[in-house]
Each structure stands twice: as C-alpha cells, then as structure tokens.
Design a protein around this ligand. Structure first.
Ligand code: 5AD
Ligand code: SF4
Length: 436
C-alpha cells in the first residue's frame, strides 16, 4: 500500500490548453493540502500528456522511466490526451497509479485516494456536467493567463486525434467565463488568452459568438490585453473580424491554421476550406487590421502529397507572409482515417526535406516580420526577468518577445521603441513618458 502524497509536481506537454489544465490540476492539489515541488522529489508526479503526434506520445513512457530512476517510486498519474486515448493500456505498459482524461481531472483527489489503497485508478469519462464547476478558484497567476472557453472538435480532419481525445465541441457558459476572467484579473492577470481547440466556434444558448465574449472582457477594468487561440477558418465570423477593428484590447494577432496550400490535399485532409477561401479570410482581416500578425500550422508529407502539391504550400507561405508558424511532419495516429492510407505514405527522407524547406521559408518570413517592427513604438507587457542584470523580457502586441533593460517589474505595461530584431526576439529601449 502506498502512502498519501504530501508533495506534487505537474508536468504539462503539448498545447496551451494542457498548460491551462496543468495549472488547474496544481490548484486542485494545493487545495488538497499538497505542496508543489520538483519532479525529482515529488511524492506525486502528474504527467499531463499530448497525443497529437507519435513523438509526443512516446515522451510519456520515457518520462515515466526517468521518474523511477535511482530506486525512486513516486505515485505517477498520467493525465491529458494520452490518458484519454490509451486508458488502461498505460497501466499495463507502465504500471502507473492513476490514469485521468482531460474531462475528468476534477476527480484527481478521489483517484489518488484509491491509488493509495494499492489499486490502479482510472477515469476517462467525458461527463455531461463540466469539470469546471468542481475546480477551486484562481488565486495567483502570471501577467499573461490562459482561460479555456471551448473544448473539443467536430471538424474531424482526417489526420487528427483531437475529436477522439477531447470529444465534441463544447462551449463554457458566458457568465462562468466572465467570472473566471475577473478572478484572473484580481489574481494579477493583465492579459488573458481565450483558449479552445476551435476557440472561434465558441457559442452559447443565446447564439452569441466569440466576439460577444471578447467585448464583455473588454469591459473588465484592469485587463489590458485579450488574445484567443486556436481558430478554424470556417468559424471566422464577420463579427469576430470586426472585433479586430474596434476592440482596442484585442491584440493584432491571429493564429489561423491552414495545414496545406493545395486544394486536393486540403480535401483529403477534410479541411472544409480551400486555399482561396482561406486567403480571402486573411484579406478581410487585413482590411480591418492592416498590422495584424498572422500565424498558422502546417503539415508536410500528408499521405499522397506530391512534390507539386507541396510547392503549393510554399507558394501560399510566400503569398501570406506569416509572422510566425508551426510546421510538422505528418504522423499517422491510430484510429484516424489518414492512418489507413498506408499505401500513400510519404518516405521519411522526402518528408524531412519538405519540412526543412518549409521551415527555411517560414523562418525567413518571421525574421522579415520582426525586422519590420524596428523603429516602431509599442506597449510591451513585462513577463519575466531576462538573463542579463537589469534585463526584463516582455511581449509586443504582435506576440514577439522583447528584451530590454528597465526598472519595470513583471506585470508592468510599458512603452518601448524597438531597436533590433533577430529571428526569435526583439531588443528595445523603454520610452519614459512625461507625466500628464
Ligand atoms: N501529424 C502531424 N501534425 C499534426 N497536427 C495535428 N495532427 C497531426 C498529425 N497527425 C498538427 C496540425 C494542428 C497542430 C496542433 O498539430 O498542424 O494544427
Ligand atoms: Fe484537429 Fe482539425 Fe479539429 Fe484542429 S480542426 S483539432 S486539426 S480535427
């Protein structure tokens, strides 16, 4: 029989929603009287996992091995999307104590109590009642905080496990979100990023959309910045685009994954938009907010992708001029339709070469975007100390990291002139404003 854990450590992998879930699990453990510590000494380690690509999944098992080195035997709880997808298989393969899915982690205390009695405790239910009501309130948070407003996906892109691991699209109620946003601001947040697998599919019984939510958050005193991610092209309503024109707190940044630039590939991916309809959305956004920073996700080497079709992805990148992007090699995921297209799988060397070429193009655009901000003045939200003495690091409105020497503290919003640009960050000087 194990002993009741007194200390805990939560390690999150993958997307921002996992970061948010991990924070909420930590708050729950703290409420239960456990103390946070590092992974090497914690009595309980929660691995909040990602299942999106094979590499992410395999990390779980190597991490469990590492935790049990040197005769250590912490209680191990596997949470997140691998827990949802593999369930009992994880207990069989790695003898972990607890397996808990992304919609069930409010039950962690009961699962831990069961594990203490020596039984493996498993909960991968997707209950009708949301977990959020059962979680403790928000206490102290970083200046930039996440807030999950929507979970799940009904889009069923043929390569993707999310509809299976996170379930159908569900939106949290308007009032619960506004209350949590206020609590985050009271706890120190200056910026809130609204999260959802399809955040712009957020809706409620009154038929309101994400733009209504953004406008409600805009009225919260003390909140300086609003962001949202990840969006789907098909849910990019005119209302949301208009919010970019007239909600000052809404930052000029849009992450809108496209995945590929070729219509046949997009169809095989079941993306329900094509190259042209995607580009037209970006045009509409740029019309109301010409300085918007655009970001996207790409997959190379989708089954059957030809050289010419891949060239269409490269030409799309040139046409858009992204500020930032994420790009991945296609990874077959068990249970998805694309994983059955085995005859069309692309050789690893071909996919590697495509990824390198794509990343070179994306990096070039990212550097160009960063360089174009040199000489501009903009507000920077200070998020942490830098490596050098007196140096702080913050974020520009366009989500670039800005390094500067300043007396400003974490959480301050200061005016900065951008002086230099590298591929991944900017340098600037603080503009001291005269007192009014
Ligand atoms: N293989 C590679 N990349 C994937 N993504 C989702 N599923 C896969 C997969 N099977 C990428 C998509 C998505 C991002 C979160 O991860 O680009 O937008
Ligand atoms: Fe996955 Fe497509 Fe849903 Fe995004 S929209 S989570 S890529 S199925």
């Amino acid at each position: 029989m194990a002993t009741t854990p007194k200390t805990y450590h939560v390690k999150s992998y993958g997307c921002q929603m996992n970061v948010y879930d991990g924070e909420r699990m930590g708050e729950l453990m703290a409420q239960q009287g456990l103390t946070a510590t590092d992974a090497e000494s914690a009595d309980l380690v929660v691995l909040n996992t990602c299942h999106i690509r094979e590499k992410a999944t395999e990390k779980v098992y190597s991490e469990i091995g590492r935790l049990r080195k040197d005769g250590r035997a912490p209680m191990v709880a596997v949470a997140g999307c691998v827990a949802q997808a593999e369930g009992e298989e994880i207990v069989r393969r790695a003898k972990v104590d607890v397996v808990v899915g992304p919609q069930a982690y409010h039950n962690l205390p009961a699962l831990i109590a069961k594990a203490v009695t020596g039984q493996a405790a498993l909960d991968t239910d997707m209950p009708v009642d949301s977990k959020f009501g059962a979680l403790p309130g928000r206490r102290k948070v970083a200046p930039s905080a996440f807030l999950t407003v929507q979970e799940g996906c009904d889009k069923f892109c043929t390569y993707c496990v999310v509809p299976y691991t996170r379930g159908a699209e569900v939106s949290r109620p308007f009032a619960a979100i506004v209350d949590e946003a206020k609590a985050l601001v009271d706890a120190g947040a200056k910026e809130i990023t609204l999260l959802g697998q399809n955040v712009n599919a957020w809706t409620d019984a009154d038929g309101r959309g994400l733009d209504a939510l953004i406008r409600a958050l805009d009225r919260i005193e003390g909140l300086a910045r609003i962001r949202y991610t990840t969006s789907h092209p098909n849910d990019m309503t005119q209302g949301l685009i208009d919010a970019h024109a007239d909600v000052e707190k809404l930052m000029p940044y849009l992450h809108l994954p496209v995945q590929a630039g070729n219509d046949r590939v997009l169809k095989a991916m079941n993306r329900s938009h094509n190259r042209d309809s995607y580009l037209r959305i970006l045009d509409r956004v740029r019309t109301v907010r010409p300085d918007i920073a655009l970001s996207g996700d790409f997959i190379v080497g989708f089954p059957g992708e030809t050289d010419a079709e891949f060239e269409d992805t490269l030409s799309l990148v040139e046409e858009v001029g992204y500020a930032h992007c994420f790009s991945f090699k296609y990874s077959p995921r068990p249970g998805t339709p694309a994983a059955a297209m085995t005859g069309d799988f692309i050789a690893a060397e071909v996919a590697d070469e495509r990824l390198q070429r794509l990343q070179a193009a994306l990096n070039r655009h990212q550097l160009a975007f960063n360089q174009a901000t040199v000489g501009k003045r903009c507000p920077v939200l200070i998020e942490r100390k830098g490596r050098r003495p007196g140096q702080m690091v913050g974020k520009s409105p366009w989500l670039q990291s800005v390094h500067l020497i300043t007396d400003a503290q974490v959480g301050d919003l200061i005016e900065v002139e951008i002086e230099s640009a590298g591929p991944n960050s900017l340098g600037g000087i603080q503009i001291l404003q005269a007192a009014a």
